[in-house]
Design a protein around this ligand. Structure first.
Ligand code: IK2
Length: 414
């Protein structure tokens, strides 16, 4: 638990110390769209109520705009005051879900690779994390995140009388997998058959590429009643520092999460909630049009994804093309062999951790080791991949390409 907890902090510190080009942590290094920063400025100069407490479970303007926006997507009338809880980022929505709905001895199935806070949050709630990995399809070249699949038999085999919930993340961090409707249906069938909850982390829901379609598992028949869908205003509007997130689901589940929220955080920043509300109002009007940010952002990121992939291919690395999200992973086994880590202190660490530290210190490029997104049981099996974030300025991606090129030229001249 501690090792995972420290990775973001340690690697971010190391990247800062070595002034590395940072393709590590998942945040945009470009500005949010003007309409959302203007909405924030307007909120801040909007008079006394914008600077005081608002409704504890979510600013009325925000829960109303989220309910209006998502009702048509989920295909269910979402009650703004019963079915939504506004949180300090998606992080706190996850925390409330685990604290409220997982009891001592409950088992929670987590699909690997997974956003690393799920496991400690299960443990903090007194539960036991049980893992089932997405695996690269056998017998084919693994070129896309869609080639990583979940075995229905393996998933079903993990369900016991103690199982309480299944956690999924689509589009997935770090792989970029966007679950297909059939895959979600398979998970939904198991949830219904065994009366399980589903926690669906969908913070990258607008970011899909090459025609991949994000489907909300809550929209499948019988799933609204048992799904907590988690979203992030930070990822939605490229403003991760605002930390506005939400949980959405049936009021009979959400009420337990509200108790946790009320007795820990109580309330989130009013002006940031107002700005996110205005953002959703705008997107509701423009939905499906070329002016919508939910069209423009993935279109821009599609180019950044291509750019990063071509830099990696240029130095002989084979990226696994993500169908969605902020990240791209690549297998480093081919280049890793030629690396002399020198640092004997780290020799017990996973290979990808050593590699990433070496890459920061020796080459000035920050990335993230993919085994950090696996359970201790499986992390060694998946320690030959590193993760790059491509939600960056073109100039940042150019700087990363320069580093990779120089390194590759040095290698070939030896
Ligand atoms: N869920 C997932 C899947 C996330 O990726 C994040 C954001 N963190 O990503 C940082 C990284 O991987 O480099 C969250 C939840 C948390 O979102 P929020 O910022 O809204 O709390």
């Amino acid at each position: 638990m501690c090792i995972l907890d420290l990775i973001w902090i340690n690697l971010s510190m190391l990247a800062a110390e070595y002034k590395a080009v940072n393709l590590g942590q998942g945040f945009p290094d470009f500005s949010p769209p003007q309409f959302i920063t203007e909405a924030f400025c307007k909120a801040v100069s909007g008079g006394p109520p914008m600077h005081q407490y608002t409704r504890a479970f979510g600013h009325p303007a925000l829960v109303q705009s989220l309910a209006k926006f998502f009702s048509r997507i989920v295909g269910h009338d979402i009650d703004p005051f019963e079915d939504i809880l506004v949180t300090v980022g998606a992080y706190q929505a996850l925390f409330c879900a685990f604290q409220a709905l997982i009891d001592e001895g409950d088992e929670v199935i987590i699909v690997e690779p997974f956003f690393d806070c799920y496991q400690p949050m299960v443990v903090m709630a007194g539960g036991k994390a049980v893992y089932v990995p997405l695996r690269p399809k056998e017998g084919t070249a693994v070129l896309s995140s869609g080639d990583w699949v979940l075995s229905a038999e393996e998933l079903a085999s993990k369900i016991t009388p103690h199982t309480k919930a299944i956690v999924i993340n689509t589009p997935n961090n770090p792989l970029g997998k966007v679950y297909k409707r059939e895959e979600l249906q398979m998970i939904a069938d198991l949830c219904i058959k065994h009366d399980l909850l589903c926690f669906s982390d969908e913070v990258y829901e607008w970011l899909t590429y090459d025609g991949a379609k994000h489907v909300k598992i809550a929209s499948l028949p019988g799933m609204w009643e048992r799904t907590v869908t988690i979203g992030s205003g930070g990822k939605t509007f490229s403003a991760t520092g605002w930390k506005v997130g939400w949980a959405m689901g049936s009021g009979h589940i959400l009420k337990y999460m509200k108790t946790i929220h009320q007795n820990s955080i109580y309330h989130c920043a009013t002006a940031a909630q107002e700005a996110v509300a205005q953002g959703f109002e705008r997107e509701h009007e423009l939905f499906g049009t070329p002016q919508s940010y939910f069209q423009q952002l993935p279109a821009m990121l599609h180019h950044r994804r291509e750019k990063l992939a071509s830099s990696l291919k240029g130095v002989g690395l084979q990226p696994i093309m993500p169908e969605g999200g902020y990240f791209m992973i690549t297998d480093i086994s081919s280049i890793g062999e030629s690396v002399d880590f020198k640092d004997s202190d780290t020799k017990d660490e996973n290979y990808d951790f050593r590699f990433v530290k070496w890459l920061i210190k020796e080459k000035g490029l920050a990335t993230i080791p993919v085994s950090a997104f696996y359970s201790p049981e499986h992390s060694k099996e998946f320690d030959k991949y590193i993760r790059f974030c491509f939600v960056k300025e073109n100039s940042t991606l150019d700087a990363a390409e320069e580093i990779l090129k120089k390194w590759s030229q040095n290698e070939s001249s030896h």
